[in-house]
Design a protein around this ligand. Structure first.
Ligand SMILES: NC(=O)c1ccc[n+]([C@@H]2O[C@H](COP(=O)([O-])OP(=O)(O)OC[C@H]3O[C@@H](n4cnc5c(N)ncnc54)[C@H](OP(=O)(O)O)[C@@H]3O)[C@@H](O)[C@H]2O)c1
Length: 301
């Protein structure tokens, strides 16, 4: 028997999506704020949606009265053409949050698209004592996929000197020129990951290293693109991969005596908190969300 009526439906769409931590995180927030019960009860679910089904899924969600969605791999770029996206999401070229108008910001006929990935990463770094202000910092970003696009946009906009290093060099070059085109003061550079000597040179000069590739993610937990002897102790090392929590890259950073070592959980929480704010207009309980994610990750190991 159905015990309660749900009035507000939120969710995450992607493929694969079964292992997403967003349901645990967002439902913990609804519960904490008393939003999971009562006449306006809210729930957050995961829906597996393929690239081919994306248009139907978004039109269906809107018709069924869904309140909002997060979008993940491999749909973030394609989702842009099915929503009215805010300017920043358009410039990044990807959407990770859709508001169908139930929130205070929405109201658009097709759902309004946002990208909160980069905001989260920037905030995480700024909160670190060993990093602080991004302006003038030399940032080496590994990867040129969806996450790298969002992160590099926010860090370059904040005055970071961004270098994109990617396995497929052309993607790094395309991303760097997109940043330079859209941000007046950006001077982003690109390199391929083929030359270890060039990567080592860049690492020597970098203040911040960010892994925004999927390298090191479970089940390939022993993989890393950078090892301890390539790092210097003043480098801040941030791995956005959070599964496992202690990635090989972060272990290598500890071996190298790096003082600022940051895992991917806070970024996940901050992007989710930003989505929550867009949908509900309420201040999200960030600590509760972070605990929910860390507990869920611990249960998995
Ligand atoms: N903490 C968070 O909140 C958060 C948010 C978003 C994503 N993430 C994590 O970040 C990772 C990337 O996500 P995404 O959405 O950007 O994925 P994506 O769009 O599929 O991009 C994947 C990136 O990884 C690179 N890559 C994959 N395998 C590689 C290998 N063996 N060697 C070198 N490079 C490799 C790809 O290079 P090519 O271009 O050469 O293929 C590409 O740059 C995932 O693990 C995801 O879980 C975390």
């Amino acid at each position: 028997m159905v015990k309660k009526m749900v009035k507000k439906i939120y969710g995450i769409i992607g493929d694969p999506v079964a292992h997403s931590l967003s349901p645990v995180m967002q439902n913990a927030a609804f519960e904490e704020l008393g939003m999971s019960e009562g006449k306006e009860a809210a729930v957050y679910l995961a829906f597996r949606v393929s690239r081919d089904e994306l248009g139907d899924a978004l039109r269906g969600a809107k018709s069924l009265g869904f309140s909002g969605l997060n979008v993940t791999i491999p749909l973030k770029e394609k989702a842009l053409s099915f929503v009215d996206a805010e300017e920043v999401a358009k410039k990044i070229g990807a959407v990770n949050t859709i508001d169908f108008g139930g929130g205070v910001v929405g109201g658009a006929a097709r759902g309004r698209g946002y990208n909160t990935d980069g905001i989260g990463a920037k905030r995480v770094l700024e909160e670190e004592e060993g990093v602080g202000e991004i302006k003038g910092k030399r940032v080496l970003i590994l990867g040129a996929g969806g996450a790298a696009r969002a992160i590099s946009f926010y860090l370059a906009a904040a005055g970071g000197e961004v270098t994109i290093a990617n396995r497929t060099r052309e993607r790094a070059a395309e991303l760097a020129s997109n940043l330079n085109l859209n941000l007046r003061n950006a001077r982003a550079r690109a390199l391929g990951l083929g030359s270890t000597a060039e990567l080592k040179k860049q690492l020597k000069e970098a203040d911040i290293l960010i892994n925004a590739t999927s390298v090191g993610m479970s089940p390939n937990e022993n993989a890393t693109l950078v090892t301890a002897e390539m790092m210097h102790s003043d480098l801040a090392v941030f791995d956005i991969v959070y599964n496992p929590l202690q990635t090989r890259l972060l272990k290598e950073a500890n071996l190298a005596g790096v003082k600022t070592v940051v895992d991917g959980v806070k970024m996940l929480v901050y992007q989710g908190a930003a989505s929550f704010r867009i949908w509900t207009g309420q201040e999200p309980p960030v600590e509760v969300m972070e605990n929910a994610v860390r507990n869920a990750l611990e249960r998995r190991t």
